[in-house]
Write a protein that binds this ligand. Sequence first.
Ligand SMILES: CCCCCCCCCCCCC/C=C/[C@@H](O)[C@H](CO)NC(=O)CCCCCCCCCCCCCCC
Ligand SMILES: Nc1ncnc2c1ncn2[C@@H]1O[C@H](COP(=O)(O)OP(=O)(O)OP(=O)(O)O)[C@@H](O)[C@H]1O
Ligand SMILES: [Ca+2]
Length: 444
Amino acid sequence: MMRTRQHQWRCSDVTFHCPNQGLCEQWITVINEQLSLLTNRPKSLLVYINPYGGKQRGKRIYEQKVAPLFHRACISADVIVTEHANHARDHLKTEASLEKYDGVVCVGGDGMFSEILHGLVTRVQTDHGVDQNQPDAELVPCSLRIGIIPAGSTDCICFATVGVNDPVTSALHIIIGDSQPVDVCSVHHKDIFLRYSVSLLGYGFYGDLLTDSERKRWLGPARYDLSGLKTFLSHNYYEGTISFLPAEDAVGSPRDKLQCRSGCHVCQHKLSSKDKQWDISEREKPDKDGSGWNVMRGKFIAINAANMSCACPRSPKGLSPSAHLADGTLDLILVRKCSRLDFFRHLLRHINTDDQFDHSFVEVHRVRMFHFQPLYQESISLDDLNETPKKTGCSPMCPAPTACSYNTIYSSWTCDGEILPHAAIQVSVQCQLIRLFARGIEEQ
Ligand SMILES: CCCCCCCCCCCCC/C=C/[C@@H](O)[C@H](CO)NC(=O)CCCCCCCCCCCCCCC
Ligand SMILES: Nc1ncnc2c1ncn2[C@@H]1O[C@H](COP(=O)(O)OP(=O)(O)OP(=O)(O)O)[C@@H](O)[C@H]1O
Ligand SMILES: [Ca+2]
């Protein structure tokens, strides 16, 4: 293995010259013995390929670039090419014989990773009798590591854990058995489990953008730019109350320059004090008066909860450049109502070197849990929703029924690219619930 440019790895050959056959065979035996002692390396993998992710190259990428490397590394792989959405998730939840494998690999984008995440985490909880609907249940970590071969549109989880979206690099991280713990957020609505998230939970701008882009899937990755422009131009804001529990005991803060890198000290500190901190903060019931909860009501253009930096090729520093992969916290970014020009300036700072939090209308908090409640009660059942809401669809609390259109008083949450069916949610971070075949971004 050798490093090339920008976190990218390639195979390299080393030739040993030997004076005679006997010695050569001895060398081979010893090398193989030494390799078999490396217990971190996976020997057997379960691979799911989404043939329709990104530019629909998943199958070819796996066959041409990844399978030959696994073969050379003596890794056996059972491959499943998915036939429909949620195929991989449901297979993992109930059918897959997980005891046969050292890891699960997904070939696809963030949506495909999310399927693997849900399948695996749900399977482990079911096997251990943990009720996912309980917002304060302590979830059981997954022992199987997950590998991501990027073949999607954004591939933010791969980019933010490896530093590059490159199938060969990711395959090499799997082969050498790297391990990167990652926090997982659980999302509930009124004590009903909705979803898990590892990258971005976004209400307002990103929720609207994602909702619009789902209708443009046929456009491929370009759908995000078109929907981004459209959402930017519509310039909606949403009213609601956000309550959060700040991570006061955390080592870092969102505006320090301590970026999460391989061997991150902030995440390691969390590892050593994990049990202790769970007892102090996690078990504490969300009692909003006097136990450290902050409550803010306002008009927001965007509410973004970033559990990791969310770095991706579009924004190499990401939504929250100093967020950590495995510190048990997420960065809650509140963008209040502002002018179009100001919001544009804020967006622009995601792609230049200026600080995107240095605006009067933006605040950022490092938190362990948060709740959101839209201003108006969600009396409209989503199943009943039409393009033009019926009069009866308006909540009695809505001030001007004629102006009460669902589309402008509520946004939706995007949860790692999936739209949630409720706007009122409770979120809590589960520290280091999963591990990836990665090592974090290496310092250059
Ligand atoms: C002036 C240029 C500003 C550019 C600002 C770029 C900010 C980009 C921040 C990207 C954050 C990605 C977070 C990842 C989330 C994933 O869990 C999820 C699933 O794959 N992907 C998306 O939600 C997909 C999200 C895709 C986001 C695309 C954003 C495009 C914004 C375009 C704004 C246009 C403004 C134009 C003004 C004239
Ligand atoms: N065989 C299949 N047919 C249709 N949809 C599938 C199939 N397999 C998986 N899916 C779904 O396709 C969706 C998108 O896949 P994926 O995440 O791989 O690509 P993407 O959306 O282009 O990338 P990104 O999520 O990075 O933007 C996922 O939500 C997944 O559930
Ligand atoms: Ca985190």
